[in-house]
Design a protein around this ligand. Structure first.
Ligand SMILES: Nc1nc2c(ncn2[C@@H]2O[C@H](COP(=O)(O)OP(=O)(O)OP(=O)(O)O)[C@@H](O)[C@H]2O)c(=O)[nH]1
Ligand SMILES: [Mg+2]
Length: 449
């Protein structure tokens, strides 16, 4: 799935959309920070005439080859540049690596026009957990979490100077390190989509991740970005499924499902049904808790993978999917049957999500009310890992036992890692301290021997 690589007639540009409108390649303009904020001008600092450039700030692709302007390419699928440059008379070079949409000052991702875009959108009613996941996904430890043990690289593709990005960074820091919950996302709010460059050994894509307001999900327009995405993460709060809150999922499903079905007829797409605040569900459901083992541990700086170690552990993920389906079919048959009736099983994926991993408690401080929570996220890597794995951009975890049979005892380190893997498969149910102690004991013995 998601194989299609659309290249324009000119072959050197991969169409790039902004707000549902495909930009022509001359509508992607090049600039830099100094030009953008007026500290420099192209006429004075780039030795160009004002008539040769746009607003004395911007260069376009059709200026390449004239007046010493050159394109800087990366070895990617398309030959659209990542930047423009010019050599000055005194030998110094000037670079324009920031892309903006013509007629606006709207910053575009660094690889706009260079690689195909995969659109992902998070959908769910207000406070279902969409923004918590987005904030986590803008953090370096999250990129490490996805990349570790594989050849796939993932990084934020927005230039660091973007003001919105800086604001997002602050919000993310507050959420993860200072126990400040994100505010509700506003309708037509200020957040543009996030773009991630995914670079796998054979292919690169730009992953566009849209987080929209719960309100917009309820009043869904036919032109909504939701319906343009080929991967929809549908978030449903555990509280609704457990009956702790009045179930309102029909408000969204009754619009989303028929619209998706009509607009996407004949297209390839998937809906990842994510049960959010999964900690609340697992607390109530021992059977599920026994099967859905924790996937992560967080030490205040980084995540350690407990399940998807050297690739996506499809076996474990499918085990969890089966358990979730069984739970939904028995305890939430209306929800389960509604989604299956509209969208065939082949397009549905089921998972859990616990962005915080514990229930936030409101406490009163001298200067007002604040939140307190233990940050212990689980399953936050799975919606993205599933998508990448399904698109051939992320490896499937290798069968540990077969691998260890094949390998000869060459080096202690390798041996040690395999041992760790096979130990991990023995840990059924929730990851707990006793199992960690057992693993450490075994490892220690092995090293001493
Ligand atoms: N128990 C529990 N609560 C969580 C967890 N993650 C998030 N929450 C709660 O869920 C709320 C979800 O907030 P958001 O991520 O802002 O929700 P949203 O879907 O973006 O909401 P809108 O922007 O209003 O549409 C948070 O404020 C937390 O109180 C979790 O893992 N466990
Ligand atoms: Mg939100």
């Amino acid at each position: 799935m998601f194989e299609k690589l659309k290249i324009s007639d000119e072959v050197d540009y991969i169409p790039f959309e902004v707000d549902g409108v495909e930009l022509k390649k001359i509508e992607i303009l090049f600039t830099n920070e100094e030009l953008r904020n007026g500290v420099e001008t192209l006429s004075e600092d780039w030795e160009l005439e004002e008539s040769q450039v746009i607003e004395n700030k911007y260069l376009s692709i059709d200026m390449v080859g004239k007046n010493g302007i050159e394109a800087v390419y990366e070895d990617l699928d398309a030959e659209f540049p990542i930047a423009l440059k010019k050599k000055l008379k005194d030998g110094r070079q000037k670079f324009a690596p920031i892309k903006v949409k013509a007629g606006t000052d709207k910053i575009l991702p660094i690889h706009a026009g260079c690689v195909p875009v995969q659109q992902v959108v998070a959908v769910g009613r207000m406070s279902s957990g969409k923004t918590c996941l987005r904030l986590q996904m803008t953090d370096l430890p999250y990129f490490d979490l996805i990349a570790s043990g594989t050849d796939t690289a993932i990084y934020d593709d927005f230039p660091a100077i973007d003001l919105l990005k800086r604001k997002q960074d602050e919000e993310r820091r507050a959420f993860i390190y200072e126990q400040v919950l994100p505010e509700g996302t506003k309708v037509n709010g200020i957040y543009p989509a996030n773009y991630y460059m995914i670079s796998a050994p054979k292919r690169n894509i730009l992953l566009k991740y849209d987080d929209i307001s719960g309100e917009e999900c309820i009043n869904m327009d036919w032109n909504s970005s939701i319906l343009n995405a080929s991967y929809i993460i549908f978030m449903i709060d555990s509280n609704e499924l457990l009956g702790k809150e009045v179930a309102k999922y029909h408000e969204i499903l009754d619009q989303l499902l028929p619209k998706v079905k009509i607009k996407k007829a004949g297209q390839d797409y998937k809906i990842f049904v994510a049960i959010t605040r999964a900690d609340l569900l697992l607390e109530q459901n021992e059977k599920l808790a026994g099967i859905c083992q924790k996937t992560l541990s967080w030490d205040g700086k980084r995540y350690t993978k407990l399940v998807h170690k050297n690739g996506f552990n499809l076996k474990e993920f499918n085990k969890k999917q089966m358990a979730i389906k069984e739970y939904l079919s028995q305890d939430c048959p209306d929800f389960y049957n509604t989604i299956r009736r509209y969208i065939g099983e082949d397009k549905l994926v089921y998972g859990l999500l616990a962005s915080i991993g514990s229930e936030p408690v409101r406490i009163s401080e001298s200067d007002g009310m604040e939140w307190k929570y233990e940050y212990n996220p689980q399953f936050i890597e799975e919606p993205i890992m599933y998508l990448l794995n399904d698109s051939g951009l992320y490896p499937t975890a290798t069968e540990k036992k077969e691998e260890s049979k094949k390998e000869t005892k060459k080096e202690t380190k390798r041996d040690y890692e395999e041992d760790e893997e096979s130990d991990e498969t023995d840990v059924d149910g929730l990851f707990d301290f006793d199992s960690i102690k057992e693993i450490l004991k075994k490892k220690f013995r092995k090293t001493v021997e």
